[in-house]
Design a protein. Structure first.
Lengths: 549, 728
């Protein structure tokens, strides 16, 4: 007994317990990071793999076609004679328009048989989410075009044809009609500006007549294009496929509703890999559909990158200038030290506060004034007096400027004294020393700061919500119409996309995998930027550690 | 040339650098500037004073009003109805309804709210309903035109003797009148809306109260009549559509034999304003009480500054819960119910105030005194409901049983009393922060101790960046995971969670014991710090087992249903998005922040001190516990402070992982709303420049201030620590 007590005391004194307790802190941290990344990767990357379609026959004689997406033990089903409880399965049965919901729980007890017939077809549609079923006759104007056996071979060409048509429709809609609308809007604005002071001089009246003519011409063009568009839509609607659903009814899908058709059960592993990459590419390169719950996230990626880019342009000169001033020009004393602490602490001020400031200062104060001075013809519709990509970028620039200042100062202070003295000794002025010697040496530090600022900016959402991000922007902030970069436009953002689709969308369940993938892309962006910054910083440290001091 | 460039560069950098620094520090002042209007004192100035034409100066009841642009005033007295163009101070000619001029008017009442309807009582015991107002329309040139109009209904005979007091309310269904005739008879009259000629008034007589009736008030629900008497009492009468009226209770509202001079309602007709002959002004509301037979009790809510003379006039604001009272010495007091404040005192002349009214937008007042002076005031009182007391104290709102801390900024109804109490939000902010720190502080500090003291430098160089890169994770990602992944998961696996809280620490203790008992040769294979790597699979396994055993644990510990168990045993209602979820995820978000600073502090404890301690015979962990931890404690403190500052301002996680319900309850199983999330939710809907907008700015300013102070403190502590060690 005594011996055991002694050994317990020894154990206590050895501190092993203490060491392991501290180790548990590290273990928990790492476990959390790992679990989170794994969770996001599995959920995000898994969705592009063409999932097997199951055909399930239930005891009620009902047949289902769906993808298995989850299973669980039914709560409270564990009893004495059933120690393992009852399982239930969650299937994605698609056809939201017919079934009302895209998902369905099926109790394991109710299933008679499950099979994977090769002819089950997955149809991705433009609206209402995917449809699962068996492909029936492909008809043109209601007439059968291919017999049963040929259906599948004919369908590929048809889908491609419809895609080409779709492409043309989009071209007419977006590029041609878009251009007309853009010019029309511009001419109308010019005319309003002309009318603004109430009276027209004779010269102005001439201009006005010319503008009216232009408007008439443009409106004629516009009507012509709508006719073309109408024809194209009709053409697209002519062909259709019939999809026989699991429980009998047939769904008639016109080809312009169909995005893609596949038979996942009939695909080989390599087919699936190709399809996987293709789906992934579509996701990052195409536009969202169905209130952002389907399609791609290209506008969000684009918006994020452009916003960060604009922010970088704004933040770099000012951040570097402030740091150079603080380190090289200001007299080092209590005041500069206080300023330094204050600037440092601004990095810890909640981002929402910057958002509020951006709303009040940039949007209302600055934007409102700009509107009154430069765009009086558009009032009361605000141009810059509402949220937009410029205000969002500037708000984030303000948010991240402390990061740049701190990092640049660190870089500047790491430049050895000898360099300065050498340069000044050779007759260079202070500015020449800074420009030719100190700044090049401090460049990695400056870049580190910039990259950290970019990483922070890319991940911030709260301030953007007040200064110009939207769930769905009708047009990118950068396009082919003069002035090309539309700083007043609202934009989409990956982070806000996550918030919006995850919490504001009507069909959260179906959108969840997409949100995971968006999340993954955002994390990749931020983490890559951070790692680059860390690498740069390490290089910087090594470089000056080796220099003789 | 070169010196010039140098000087130019110096100038540019100095100006640019200073401008940048000043502008980022200027954020504070800009926010401050947008908040200050909230606390500026309201003001009013007399814009016009004119004597009304003789026809209007007759004795008796009177009513005034002014249109929304304050261009046309209307005055109703027993002698005439007159519109006055205020720009020229001239009467606007208009035809009088014959029914009005032919009768001797003895009582008058306004229909309440924004209506243009009035009821007048005559010496013959009749009541006449009038519509008197000013319409605004626009000419083809866009010019604004005002068109005064008067419509009179048919006279409705109700009693034989002259009507001396009248109360009136009208809505789509009809009109309700309460009146007192000269003999002291108290009648309630109901008129259906389609009864244009007033043929079928439904008249009920009420018992006469003690003392003479001096004031009447009807509410817009047509359910309550309040009768004020000379004895300082208010009698509450319940009115029903089908049953006869019932006297509910009578309340003593003033000293005995101090008459109630006026009764009136604030906009929305829920708060009764009681004014007496000794100048007292107070508001009363029906509050649910079990000790009365009806279940309701008229309760004293707010008291305002007393007038030096009997109160003679009253008017509610048409938009907010403000009102104005006038007295027999010519004073006008402007009050606001929510803030329980008397905002302004206006005095114009020494004549008693006969009647007073607010301009429709609340930006003006019009009053008429016994000498026939019409006075117009411009009132600048944009934020009457916001004071320090209403923001941070308990406020007795309409419809509440007692004063409370409430945040509810808007609702569908027009007569809504905005409840802008910041306390529930400040509470929510603290709650979320506390739960987050509860998780983050131990994990981060333990991890910091491990990597800084017990870990091989090579391993440390790998692990430290991994933990630190967590700090860069966008919080929207964590919020998304918290709301859509963790919250539903936790709801189902709550028993497993309880199991983990119990078994994981035991697992750590057990593994350290097992390790201690292993032969030393085996133990030496592990490099210092690899315990952590060993623990990862062990902990993962422990968690896995707990999850697997979830239903078993639920059956064993919680009677098969943990949510029922929680609500029956502990009285806890479990919300899916709750403080526990936020604590876990926000804790996760601030672990790297605390870790990074604490690690630095621990690692910077001079090696000489550690070596000294070890040389004196202390073991490694004794050294850490008694020396290192103590030396680095200011640094660890500042790490916790910075983590605290980060958690306070965190927006996206709380926005997505709590229900955003502004509750005040420390319970882990329900949600809350923080200052930051509140700003994000409400500012897009807040009208620019109004109370809510500015209160949200105040919330932002508070966040700014708190985080700035906390971070500054932490920074100063850190710098001191650094200096201490750098000097040896």
């Amino acid at each position: 007994m005594g011996k055991r007590a002694d050994s317990m005391k020894d154990f206590w004194l050895s501190g092993e317990l203490f060491v392991w307790m501290t180790a548990s802190g590290v273990a928990v941290s790492l476990l959390m990071v790992g679990a989170m990344l794994a969770l996001i990767m599995v959920n995000g990357l898994g969705q592009f793999w063409p999932a097997t379609l199951h055909q399930i026959v239930l005891k009620t004689q009902e047949t289902l076609i769906g993808q298995l997406v989850g299973q669980e033990v039914i709560p409270n089903s564990v009893t004495l004679d059933r120690p393992d409880g009852l399982n239930r399965f969650r299937y994605r049965v698609g056809n939201r328009d017919v079934f009302g919901s895209e998902y369905r729980w099926v109790n394991g007890d109710d299933i008679i048989s499950t099979s994977r017939p090769e002819d089950l077809t997955f149809v991705e549609r433009r609206e209402w989410g995917p449809a699962f079923g068996r492909l029936g006759i492909v008809g043109k104007d209601g007439k059968p075009e291919a017999s049963d056996g040929q259906t599948w071979s004919a369908i590929g060409a048809l889908v491609q044809e419809s895609a080409a048509l779709r492409h043309r429709i989009e071209h007419v809609e977006r590029d041609e009609i878009g251009a007309i609308n853009y010019r029309l809007e511009k001419v109308r604005r010019e005319r309003r500006a002309l009318m603004l002071d109430g009276r027209l001089s004779s010269r102005e009246a001439d201009v006005d007549r010319r503008l009216v003519d232009q408007i008439a011409t443009l409106e004629r063009d516009y009507r012509a294009k709508t006719v073309t568009l109408e024809q194209l839509h009709q053409e697209a609607g002519q062909k259709s496929l019939l999809l026989t659903l699991a429980n009998g009814p047939t769904l008639r899908l016109t080809l312009d509703q169909v995005v893609a058709v596949s038979r996942p059960n009939d695909m080989t592993w390599s087919d699936k890999s190709v399809a996987y990459l293709h789906n992934l590419w579509l996701f990052v390169s195409s536009e969202p559909r169905e209130a952002n719950t389907e399609g791609g996230i290209f506008p969000a990626i684009f918006g994020t990158v452009l916003m960060v880019f604009l922010m970088t342009i704004a933040v770099m000169p000012f951040g570097v200038m402030a740091a150079v001033y603080l380190r090289e020009y200001a007299r080092q004393g209590v005041l500069v030290r206080l300023v330094r602490i204050a600037v440092n602490n601004l990095a810890g001020v909640p981002s929402i506060v910057f958002g509020v400031f951006g709303l009040a200062f940039f949007v209302y104060a600055l934007g409102g004034t700009i509107d009154q001075l430069l765009f009086p013809e558009s009032l009361p519709n605000p141009t810059f007096g509402t949220g937009g990509i410029l205000w969002a970028s500037l708000t984030l620039a303000l948010l991240t400027v402390p990061v740049v200042i701190v990092a640049t100062e660190e870089g500047l202070s790491a430049v050895p004294r000898d360099f300065r003295e050498g340069s000044v000794g050779l007759g260079a002025t202070k500015f020449e020393t800074i420009w030719h010697v100190i700044l090049p040496c401090a460049l990695p530090g400056i870049l580190t700061g910039l990259i950290l600022a970019m990483a922070r900016a890319a991940g911030e959402v709260a301030p953007l919500m007040l200064t110009g991000v939207v769930k769905l922007a009708p047009a990118l902030p950068l396009d082919g119409y003069e002035p090309f970069l539309h700083l007043d436009r609202k934009f989409m953002h990956l982070g806000f996309h996550i918030y919006d689709v995850g919490f504001q969308s009507p069909n959260v369940e179906a959108a969840k995998p997409m949100v995971y993938m968006t999340t993954l892309i955002l994390i990749l962006m931020v983490v890559l930027l951070n790692w680059t910054a860390v690498m740069l910083r390490n290089r910087l440290r090594k470089r000056f550690a080796m220099s003789p001091v | 040339m070169r010196p010039m460039i140098d000087r130019l560069a110096r100038a540019v950098i100095t100006v640019g650098g200073l401008a940048t620094i000043v502008s980022i520090l200027g954020i504070f002042f800009f926010l401050f500037r947008d908040v200050t209007p909230l606390f500026t004192a309201p003001s009013a100035k007399l814009t016009q004073r004119l004597s009304v034409p003789a026809a209007l100066a007759a004795e008796g009841p009177a009513q005034v009003a002014v249109d929304e642009h304050r261009e046309i005033a209307q005055v109703l007295t027993s002698g005439a109805i007159q519109f006055i163009d205020l720009a020229s101070a001239q009467p606007v000619p208009i035809e009088m309804p014959s029914g009005f001029t032919a009768r001797s008017i003895t009582a008058m009442a306004h229909g309440g709210g924004r209506t243009s309807r009035y009821a007048v009582g005559t010496a013959d015991g009749e009541v006449l309903i009038l519509k008197v107002g000013t319409l605004t329309d626009f000419s083809d040139q866009g010019e604004r035109r005002k068109r005064p109009h008067i419509h009179a209904g048919y006279p409705i005979p109700l009693t034989k003797s002259p009507i001396v007091r009248l109360a009136f309310r009208a809505n789509d269904q009809g009109s309700l009148l309460a009146l007192v005739s000269e003999g002291g008879r108290l009648l309630v009259v109901r008129l259906a809306a389609d009864d244009v000629e007033g043929d079928n008034p439904l008249i009920t007589e009420l018992p006469q109260p003690n003392g003479a009736v001096t004031a009447l008030a009807l509410d817009a629900s047509f359910e309550n009549l309040y009768v004020g008497t000379t004895e300082g009492q208010v009698v509450h009468v319940g009115l029903y559509e089908t049953e006869p009226p019932e006297v509910r209770s009578s309340y003593t509202v003033a000293a005995p034999s101090t008459a109630v001079t006026r009764l009136g309602f604030l906009s929305g007709d829920r708060s009764l304003v009681v004014m007496t002959a000794d100048g007292a002004v107070s508001t009363w509301g029906l509050v649910r009480r079990t000790d009365t037979p009806s279940g309701w009790r008229l309760t004293h809510m707010h008291t305002f500054r007393s007038h030096p003379a009997p109160v003679t006039a009253f008017a509610p604001s048409q938009r907010v819960k403000g009102f104005v009272t006038g007295d027999a010495k010519g004073n006008l007091f402007l009050h606001h119910a929510t803030s329980s404040q008397t905002l302004l005192r206006l005095t114009s002349g020494e004549f008693p105030v006969r009647t007073v009214a607010f301009a429709p937008k609340g930006d003006g007042l019009i009053s008429l005194d016994e000498a026939g002076h019409l006075a117009l005031y411009q009132v600048d009182n944009a934020y009457p409901e916001v004071t320090f007391a209403t923001l941070f104290g308990k406020v007795w709102y309409e419809g509440y049983d007692e004063p409370a801390y409430v945040w509810q900024s808007s609702s569908g109804s027009d007569d809504f009393e905005p409840k802008l109490g910041l306390m529930p939000l400040a509470f929510g902010t603290l709650k979320g922060t506390m739960y987050a720190l509860l998780l983050a502080v131990p994990v981060a500090i333990l991890a910091a101790m491990c990597t800084s003291q017990f870990m091989h430098p090579d391993l440390r160089a790998k692990i430290k960046p991994i933990i630190e890169v967590m700090a860069a994770l966008p919080t929207v990602v964590l919020g998304f995971l918290a709301g859509l992944w963790l919250a539903p998961l936790l709801e189902r696996y709550l028993p497993a969670m309880a199991g983990m809280a119990l078994t994981l620490p035991l697992l750590v203790i057990a593994s350290s014991l097992v390790w201690y008992l292993l032969p030393p040769t085996f133990r030496r294979r592990l490099r210092p710090g690899q315990e952590a790597l060993l623990l990862i699979p062990l902990l993962a396994m422990g968690m896995g087992i707990c999850l697997w055993a979830n239903s078993f644990l639920e059956a064993w510990w919680f009677g098969g249903d943990i949510h029922a168990w929680l609500s029956n045993r502990l009285g806890i209602q479990y919300d899916q998005r709750n403080a526990l979820v936020v604590g876990l995820v926000m804790g996760f978000a601030i672990v790297p922040v605390i870790y990074s600073i604490a690690e630095e502090a621990l690692a910077n404890v001079p090696k000489t001190q550690i070596a000294g301690s070890l040389a004196l015979g202390a073991t490694r962990w004794q050294t850490v516990l008694h020396l290192v931890l103590l030396s680095a404690s200011p640094g660890i403190f500042s790490a916790v402070m910075i983590g605290f500052g980060r958690a306070i301002g965190e927006t996206m996680i709380v926005l997505m992982a709590t229900g955003n319900t502004p509750l005040m309850d420390w319970n882990w199983a329900n949600g809350f709303r923080t200052l930051s999330a509140n700003i994000a939710v409400e500012i897009p809907e807040a009208p620019h420049g109004e109370s809510l907008y500015r209160v949200l700015f105040l919330a932002a300013l508070l966040l700014f201030f708190v985080t700035f102070v906390i971070n500054s403190l932490a920074e100063i502590v850190r710098q001191r620590l650094r200096e201490k060690y750098s000097h040896g």
